[in-house]
Design a protein around this ligand. Structure first.
Ligand code: PMV
Length: 335
């Protein structure tokens, strides 16, 4: 079976780990899937069973700054200004990813990571984190990788990171190649700059079951999972059509239905996987009540209890009046 290291060496070819500059920076936005990635065809390489499409979160994402250390000491990382222990989960995941590229002789690094998406509120920052890290490494080494290659490499960190290399509406192609070279993201041809994504915090408790474990368990045990790939494919096509036609209600209905269908596969898993808290249902009801009251907004959810709201820029003020706690991302803003 192919390993991540095999994929990295295919992409890097003869390029070596030799910094060409003293410091490199990169920013990547987080993203929320409109049609979800749920289920892998290859767990080692994070290859998905289906394609997915997402909206980037503008100024909510990850900034990374990397410098080679020349004092012969070990790797160092700070997250939002605080130094992390080398055996912390964050450090291990970060340097485990960097080691895919660094090889044995590579020197140690100083990494400063800043997340502008509230991680404590349970919003995933791994997608933007891995996308920013691989982009900064590419700059530090002067490799000149293409956006498509960066997307493939970011995917090795976490699947949804493949989409965070780009902004706006982004499609991640499932691909069919066993090595996943055709499983990368790219911006949709049709963009819709007025789309906005709002984040509503239901719970900031760290989830017990991550998305990797959650999707593996659902695929292996849920009697409803069989219907998921066809649903995902149909929804993706519907979303692209709705974007092309500028039909927000069709877009929103498909986005909301897709998220609920994904959660239905999890709830039917054995034992069940329910990411929702009582507050999630209360929040969904508030969204549906607001819609009945005339607001044009739709909900989506990921592997956690929080609710995200898709809306158009013109509706932002009304949505904020109804949900004063909402944080709204403008995908067109790039810090
Ligand atoms: O990329 P991961 O392993 O964090 O998985 C993301 C899974 C979902 O957020 C539930 C769906 C998606 O497409 O982002």
């Amino acid at each position: 079976m192919l390993t991540k290291a095999d994929v990295v060496s295919r992409i890097l070819g003869g390029r070596s780990w030799r910094p060409v500059t003293r410091s490199a920076e990169a920013y990547a936005p987080s993203n929320i899937a409109l049609s979800k990635y749920w289920g892998k065809r290859n767990a080692e390489l994070n290859l998905p069973l289906t394609s997915s499409v997402s909206l980037s979160l503008g100024a909510m994402g990850s900034s990374v700054s990397i410098q080679p250390r020349d004092d012969g000491r070990g790797d160092r990382v700070t997250l939002n200004g605080a130094a992390l222990a080398s055996d912390s989960a964050f450090s291990r995941r970060l340097f485990g990813f960097i080691d895919l590229f660094r090889g044995r002789g590579g020197g140690t690094l100083d990494v400063q990571a800043v997340n502008t998406i509230p991680t404590a509120a349970g919003f995933a920052s791994s997608a933007s984190g891995f996308a920013a890290v691989i982009t900064a490494i590419d700059r530090l080494m002067g490799w000149g990788l293409t956006p498509c290659e960066l997307s493939v490499l970011a995917r090795l960190g976490s699947g949804s990171a493949a989409r965070s290399v780009f902004t706006g509406l982004v499609e991640w192609h499932a691909g069919t190649d066993p090595d996943g070279m055709d499983s990368f993201a790219e911006p949709l041809e049709d963009q819709w700059p007025e789309l906005r994504m709002g984040l509503l915090v239901v719970s900031d408790v760290q989830k017990k079951i991550g998305s990797r474990e959650g999707m593996g368990h659902t695929l292996a045990t849920s009697p409803l999972f069989g219907a998921w790939p066809a649903t995902a494919e149909q929804d993706l096509a519907g979303i692209k059509d709705a974007v092309r036609a500028r039909d927000f209600d069709r877009l929103g209905r498909t986005v909301e239905g897709n998220a609920l269908a994904m959660h239905a596969t999890m709830i039917a898993a054995r034992p069940p996987l329910l990411y929702w808290e009582p507050g999630t249902i209360a929040m969904l009801r508030r969204v549906w009540d607001a819609r009945e009251g005339g607001l044009s907004l739709y909900a989506t959810m990921d592997a956690g209890p929080n609710v995200k709201i898709l809306m158009l820029a013109g509706e932002q003020q009304h949505v904020t009046a109804t949900f004063p706690e909402i944080m709204i991302a403008d995908p067109t803003v790039c810090p």
